[in-house]
Write a protein that binds this ligand. Structure first.
Ligand code: ADP
Ligand code: MG
Length: 930
């Protein structure tokens, strides 16, 4: 399919199928110095002519935005030239055309229509580009006044980068969009991050070894850092996952002094001390961040709340591998589906969903804070009616934060004003509902809830103002007009009346012309080129009094009709146009007034938006808790972790969805005398599930949620580690065993006494003895050196011998029932060690050929008896696989001379021809034949 776009000055071919990209020589691009030399001297060498004024303007602008694709506005299109055009055409799969010549070579060009550019921008941003949007800042008519060759003035009005998006179409409504900056000064590193749509600015000064896990928690969409850092090893390894999102800045832009000045200016303060004690690198990072937003937004700034400092250790540190492993906010395939977040997310607003994601990514380590959050969840969990009412209202709540951000950046429209109106209206309704319930209750509202209620604030005046100002139907952009309600502004009503009267006067004029000419088919119509005109079918035109005798002047001849102008019509048209123009001027002024009103109350609105998100979050968590019969966890200062009948929410949900059996709840008791559990049992018995569910319970509890268990008590966890043996990481080009060991090393080096460590079959990725030895040493190290809480699942049941030596090690296993040679998994964790691995049983279940199974049993028997290495040597010389097969054949070959009844019956039955019912009957029959 081909799409033709008719622009003012050309036709562009856009295609939804792949078009071959035309290769165009790009030489004119390269010698930047040569370019300006030609431009300034005007001396052309050989056949090369000086650049056109348009190209000169293009280059003057492009040179300032060399790291961006320049969207250069020309009429109804944004055009890209030279290298930008080649890149964009390839990334967007649009045609690469050419326009004129530059220094003797064709200029490659690609363009996107202005009216649909957002979709293209979104794709370019996702592909890792930045886009500088360059608009025409004057009317072409104005430019012509300066001379026939004058170029329309243009200016970059915004730089669109991944971290500074505000449009709903470019953002995921349920994920925060975080812009972060990293600086190093004064001997430390500092991070600052900001979601420009919520205005929350946070800083932290992590230790360098923790940088990678802090970045994994923040998940920046764009990360600013000094150019000089790009080659520095400790940084490059920490930022490995973020390569595609880095925006390198000259080191001078990440300077403490400049940063401090920038922040003081932003908040109108003389010193930052009032906001907290920041290390120099945090100030540098936060300052650079604000400056970057300022530059990309061309001087405008969204509301940015004063920086809040996150002290080291304030949140549970979870490194990237653990996050991936536990599938907290993304499943292993990178999708939301299948993650913990997806299973527990019952929030109803985008802001609520974003807050939930933040909390799950950064569970708190402060008992007070966790308890306060849990109080609020409990309050809602215990009151179904209020929860229902609150959630009913939240359903109607628009995204206040993002609307506010767009308005503050001058990018908002009437619908954003409506979102502010509706969001604040919901806020006051919620305030009324919740406070009246709280007042009626015995104990009132818990502190966290009271804080939210206060945050919702009082915005009656603004809501009322917006209610009377805005019409019922609203356009996206203010310049489309018709969004101010009738009766709001007398002046506007007058212009509208004139405009509408004009329209009815035109109808009257048409009636009069019909009467005067006697041509019933005469019509007054309108189009974009001619404006208003009189249209008469060709067969009647002879009856029309033409100028100079009559009023009708021919404008256009069509196949079946002629179009005419009249002085009267032109008059009316001018009147309508003037009235419409003036109406629009008034509307735009009203828009600015309302936006200014919103801006005046920015802080209050921001606080209300956050309170709405928090209410959404706690009521949604209460909803999950009630629906899944979850309980409130008890936090304390011990180093225990007690869980009764704990469940894995994601596995449980999957079982329910698949209509599988019920999830078997399992207990866990970690305390000073049993700090480490060694869990043995066959594959598929539920070891991994059990390990992870306990880690998830800790995450959920500290995120402020109830947990899937009959009861849970835990001493706050400061760091969580989870590793799976032999996990594939081919994408990053490391051998699986290497990954396993690198990750294990990180744990043994970092886990302190408050850490919780989950090790799932570590040592699996190498030869048996190696693996066993490593696993052995790791358990000892955790027990003796790290002294942290740990769960270690292994199929090396030999490890259970360690229990005799290590006082705080307890052995548990997955209960398995053997029934007529088959293994049945009960998914139950019981004290004691598994005496065997049952690997061969699982292999049989998986359908390995009987010969192979039999051979495996033989090998196992040999290995289990006597000294293993010599047994292995013996095995290598002995009993090859085919020997077992031969023996098996020999055993079964000589059939008795006269087969038994049973054998006869067996010989002539055809299993494929049996129905299940017949097969069952046959079984009974065979049993009787014995
Ligand atoms: P292992 O790590 O021992 O090989 P998994 O933890 O991967 O076993 O569990 C295998 C499967 O068993 C899971 O996918 C799940 O379907 C089922 N399962 C595990 N634990 C339970 C449980 N407690 N209750 C019910 N089914 C379970
Ligand atoms: Mg497993």
């Amino acid at each position: 399919m081909l799409l033709l776009w008719l622009g003012r000055d050309r036709v562009t071919v856009l295609s939804s199928i792949s078009l071959p990209v035309v290769a165009v020589p790009l030489d004119p691009l390269k010698p930047a110095a040569g370019r300006s030399a030609v431009a300034s001297s005007g001396v052309a060498c050989g056949t090369v002519s000086p650049p056109s004024p348009l190209m000169a303007q293009y280059w003057a602008i492009k040179d300032q935005y060399s790291d961006c694709l320049l969207f250069y506005r020309m009429g109804d299109f944004y055009e890209l030239f030279f290298d930008d055009a080649v890149k964009a055409a390839a990334a967007l799969d649009i045609a690469l055309t050419k326009r004129g010549k530059h220094e003797g070579a064709d200029i490659p060009m690609a363009g996107v229509p202005v009216h649909s550019h957002e979709g293209y921008v979104a794709r370019l941003i996702r592909a890792g580009f930045k886009v500088a949007v360059c608009e025409q800042t004057e009317d072409p008519a104005q430019a012509r006044k300066r001379g026939a060759k004058a170029v329309v003035a243009r200016e970059v009005v915004r730089v669109i980068t991944a971290g500074t998006l505000t449009e709903d179409s470019l953002l995921d409504a349920r994920r925060p969009n975080v812009l972060a900056a990293l600086a190093e000064t004064g001997g430390g590193i500092g991070l600052a991050w900001l979601d420009i749509t919520s205005g929350a600015l946070t800083t932290e000064a992590p230790a360098l070894p923790d940088l990678a896990s802090v970045l994994a928690r923040i998940e920046p969409c764009e990360l600013l850092c000094a150019e000089s850092w790009l080659q520095r090893p400790p940084f490059t390894s920490a930022a490995d996952d973020w390569q595609a999102r880095l925006t390198p800045l000259p080191a001078g832009r990440l300077d403490e002094q400049a940063g401090r000045r920038r922040l003081c200016e932003l908040y109108g303060v003389a010193a930052l001390d009032g906001f907290g004690v920041f290390v120099p690198a945090e100030v540098a990072a936060a300052g650079a961040l604000v400056e970057y937003v300022h530059l990309t937004q061309k001087g405008r700034l969204p509301r940015i709340a004063p920086p809040s400092r996150q002290p080291r250790g304030a949140v549970m540190e979870i490194d990237a591998a653990t996050r991936r492993n536990l599938e907290l906010v993304r499943a292993l395939d990178g999708e939301r589906r299948g993650s913990l977040l997806a299973v527990i997310d019952r929030t109803l607003t985008g802001a609520g969903a974003r807050l939930l994601l933040e909390r799950l990514s950064a569970p708190s380590t402060s008992r007070q804070e966790i308890d306060a959050r849990l109080d609020a969840v409990q309050w809602f969990a215990e009151d179904d009616a209020t929860r229902g009412e609150v959630r009913g209202r939240l359903r109607r709540c628009p995204d206040l934060q993002r609307a506010q951000a767009r308005l503050s950046l001058g990018r908002g429209g009437p619908r954003d004003l409506a979102a502010i109106r509706d969001g604040l209206a919901v806020a006051s309704e919620l305030r009324a509902v919740v406070s009246s319930t709280a007042a009626a209750g015995a104990s009132g509202a818990p502190a966290a809830l009271a804080g939210m209620l206060q945050g919702l604030g009082e915005h009656q005046a603004l809501v009322e103002r917006l209610e009377v100002a805005l019409a019922a139907e609203l356009p996206v952009a203010a310049r489309d007009g018709s969004f101010v309600a009738a009766g709001f502004r007398a002046e506007l009503d007058d212009f509208r009346r004139l405009r509408d009267e004009g329209r009815s006067l035109i109808a009257a004029l048409q009636a009069r012309y019909v009467e005067e000419t006697g041509i019933a088919a005469l019509k007054i119509r309108h189009n974009g080129v001619l404006g208003y005109f009189v249209e008469v079918p060709v067969k009647h035109t002879s009856r029309l009094p033409l100028a100079p005798d009559g009023p009708f002047v021919l404008r256009q001849s069509m196949a079946g009709a002629q179009r005419y102008a009249t002085a009267e019509l032109a008059d009316l048209e001018a009147r309508i146009g003037r009235a419409a123009d003036e109406a629009l001027v008034v509307e735009l002024a009203v828009f600015e007034e309302l936006a200014a009103l919103v801006a005046e109350q920015a802080d209050g609105i921001g606080t209300a938006a956050h309170a709405l998100a928090a209410l959404d979050l706690v009521s949604a968590l209460a909803e999950v808790a009630v629906a899944g019969a979850w309980t409130r966890p008890l936090l304390d200062d011990s180093r225990d972790l007690h869980v009764q009948a704990g469940r894995h929410p994601v596995v449980e949900a999957a079982l329910v969805e698949a209509g599988g059996g019920p999830f078997v709840g399992n207990d866990l008791t970690l305390d000073e005398s049993r700090r480490i559990w060694l869990l043995t049992g066959p594959n598929m018995a539920g070891k991994s599930t059990f390990l992870r569910q306990n880690a998830l319970i800790a995450v959920l509890a500290q995120a402020g949620s109830f947990v899937p268990a009959a009861s849970a008590r835990l001493g706050v966890v400061d760091r969580l580690f989870s590793r799976v043996g032999a996990a594939d990481d081919l994408a990053r080009g490391r051998s699986t065993f290497m990954v396993e060991m690198v990750e294990t090393a990180a744990i043994l080096n970092q886990a302190g006494p408050r850490a919780l460590v989950i090790l799932d079959e570590i040592g699996r990725g190498t030869a048996t003895f190696d693996g066993l030895s490593i696993a052995w040493a790791v358990v000892e190290h955790l027990h003796e050196v790290n002294q942290c809480r740990a769960l270690f699942a292994t199929h090396y049941h030999e490890l259970t011998a360690l229990a005799a030596m290590l006082s705080s090690l307890a052995c548990h296993s997955m209960r398995v029932k053997e029934w007529r040679g088959e293994v049945v998994f009960l998914h139950e964790v019981v004290p004691g060690a598994a005496d065997r691995s049952y690997g061969i049983h699982v292999a049989r279940l998986a359908g390995l050929p009987a010969v192979a199974i039999e051979r495996a049993e033989e090998v196992l028997a040999t290995l289990s008896s006597g000294e293993q290495s010599s047994a292995v040597t013996r095995l290598a010389h002995d009993l090859p696989l085919f020997a077992a097969a031969e023996r098996r054949a020999a055993r079964t070959a000589p059939l008795p001379a006269s087969p038994s009844l049973l054998e006869e019956r067996l010989l002539d039955l055809d299993p494929d021809a049996l129905t299940p019912r017949q097969a069952l009957d046959l079984l009974y029959e065979l049993k009787n034949l014995r």
